[in-house]
Design a protein around this ligand. Structure first.
Ligand SMILES: [Zn+2]
Length: 506
């Protein structure tokens, strides 16, 4: 491959690169092969991932007219190229980190040894506060000594690499330029959401801590939060055997083929090496999308399946004639919004009673618990985004970040956070912003569906075809807020989420 790189070649080979990479991940994570062999794929497509490709994308961006369809494409291609420059340079750090996480073992003061990746699960499952705290002490000491320095170096280098490209003044403005999303606008909305829901949170958290964990608010830590939201009391209503048939039946009832005429392939078989959590792998978009799962049952399992099904249906119903950048790239707030549109069905009383074991009598308690969890996660993500704008923004020294992290996250959630996690509990490239916007989009889409197709839109046979055509079909050509304006005729904000949390908390 020695021919010149141009935009047509970026698209053509870029799509093949995405397909091969995605197939590697699918086969490795579903247990079809022992490990993902990514290096040969990167090597094969190095011409469309290197500095020449970046220059082509940059030229395309600079020469396109602002507000044009070409600019829309160029922005996505440039964003992809910028990301691949830093991923390539950061690959050795990322590989070191993945290897560390796989091998690390936490040893508690009384000599108990727990694999690092199991600690959060053990803490969530433990009913003994002292045990949770002892695991936390050992975990945070190990993280502070070994993982945090790696992560800190990673974020510093990512910021330096991105800023050295000179696309905008600094990391944050570069992200805004490439994403088309206002970070300062979202950060201000998050601050307002935290203020607006503070009184509600102060009302509901203390009684939940007392009832579920038997602890006072002033002693609650993040390890206790894991145990509080484990919510295993409801698992009996979500049997493993009912999950797939029940959810697929619902999608059919709303007039949508859940397998998209064979384009969605369900991989449900037991296989050694298969990940335990459901995931979606789009290998060819829209023709070949895998939805991989190993049904265990329980609330979390159903939630994850719904979420991944939302992603899978989005990929499988994308219009095939759209250019690759709209099918493979774009504002992930959109696909996360559809995933959340599906997983938030678990907050709908009518849906729960029709498709799960939650009956009329159990519904109020289930929804109160779901509302508490929703408000906690929203407040946590708002605080995370505010913190991350400082981490990437450079206005706070790296040494002062741990204190700021603890203050912001503890104040928002009511659980005491650990300074050791200041560089660990961070989403790369502002994925927290994608989730927050997805949450807003989901809430607005749900309200729109209720207005168009009634409160039980999820079984209205006219709703599915509209979702497939007006939402999924557009792939990720639009930014989430553009889509909100088009279909809901409203700007995205936190208001519908506040309404929905208030409703659940009753
Ligand atoms: Zn997702």
């Amino acid at each position: 491959m020695t021919s010149r790189v141009d935009v047509a070649r970026l698209r053509r080979e870029g799509e093949l690169f995405m397909q091969e990479l995605s197939r590697e991940y699918y086969e490795a994570h579903s247990g079809l092969k022992a490990s993902a062999e990514l290096q040969p794929v990167y090597e094969k497509y190095r011409d469309v991932l290197g500095s020449d490709a970046l220059a082509v994308a940059r030229e395309f961006f600079d020469s396109s007219a602002e507000g044009s369809e070409e600019r829309r494409s160029a922005r996505l291609l440039l964003d992809w190229q910028v990301e691949s420059q830093s991923s390539r340079e950061l690959a050795p750090i990322d590989e070191r980190e993945i290897a560390w996480e796989a091998d690390a073992v936490v040893t508690t003061a009384d000599g108990r040894r727990v694999p690092f990746q199991r600690v959060a699960i053990e803490q969530a499952n433990s009913t003994d506060r002292t045990e949770r705290a002892s695991l936390e002490k050992a975990r945070s000491a190990l993280v502070l000594r070994e993982l945090a320095p790696m992560r800190r170096e990673r974020f510093q280098r990512e910021r330096d690499i991105t800023e050295s490209l000179g696309l905008a003044a600094d990391y944050n403005t570069t992200w805004e330029l490439l994403s088309g999303v206002s970070l300062t606008g979202l950060r201000d909305e998050c601050a307002a959401f935290l203020r607006d829901t503070q009184a509600m949170w102060d009302d509901v958290l203390p009684p939940a801590l007392k009832r579920v964990l038997g602890i006072r608010p002033d002693e609650a830590t993040r390890a206790d939060a894991l145990a509080l939201f484990r919510a295993r009391e409801f698992d009996q209503y979500f049997p493993a055997s009912e999950m797939e048939p029940s959810i697929l039946r619902q999608v059919r009832e709303m007039g949508l083929d859940p397998l998209a005429n064979g384009r969605v392939r369900l991989d449900t078989g037991e296989r050694a090496g298969k990940r335990s959590r459901a995931f979606c792998a789009p290998v060819r978009v829209p023709e070949e999308v895998y939805l991989v799962l190993r049904p265990h049952g329980g609330q979390t399992d159903w939630n994850t399946f719904l979420h991944e099904l939302g992603h899978a249906l989005h990929f499988a119903y994308m219009r095939p004639d759209l250019p690759m950048e709209f099918r493979w790239m774009g504002d992930n707030s959109v696909t996360e919004g559809y995933a959340m549109l599906f997983d938030h069905l678990m907050q709908d009383a009518g849906w729960l009673q029709r498709y799960t074991g939650v009956d009329k009598q159990a519904t109020p308690a289930f929804l109160r618990s779901a509302g508490l969890e929703e408000l906690h996660f929203l407040r946590r993500y708002c605080a995370k985004l505010i913190y991350e704008t400082h981490l990437y923004g450079g206005d706070v020294s790296w040494e002062s970040l741990p204190d700021l992290y603890v203050q912001l996250l503890s104040d928002a959630t009511g659980f005491r956070y650990n300074p050791a996690d200041a560089f660990v509990d961070v989403d790369t490239r502002y994925y927290a912003a994608r989730y927050l916007r997805a949450w807003q989009l989901q809430a607005l889409l749900t309200e729109t569906l209720v207005a168009r197709y009634d409160v039980d839109w999820w079984r209205n046979p006219r709703a599915g075809p509209w979702i497939a055509q007006a939402l999924f079909g557009e792939a990720q050509r639009e930014l989430a807020h553009e889509q909100a304006e088009r279909v809901a005729k409203k700007p995205m904000d936190f208001a519908p989420l506040v309404r929905s949390v208030e409703r659940m908390l009753g």
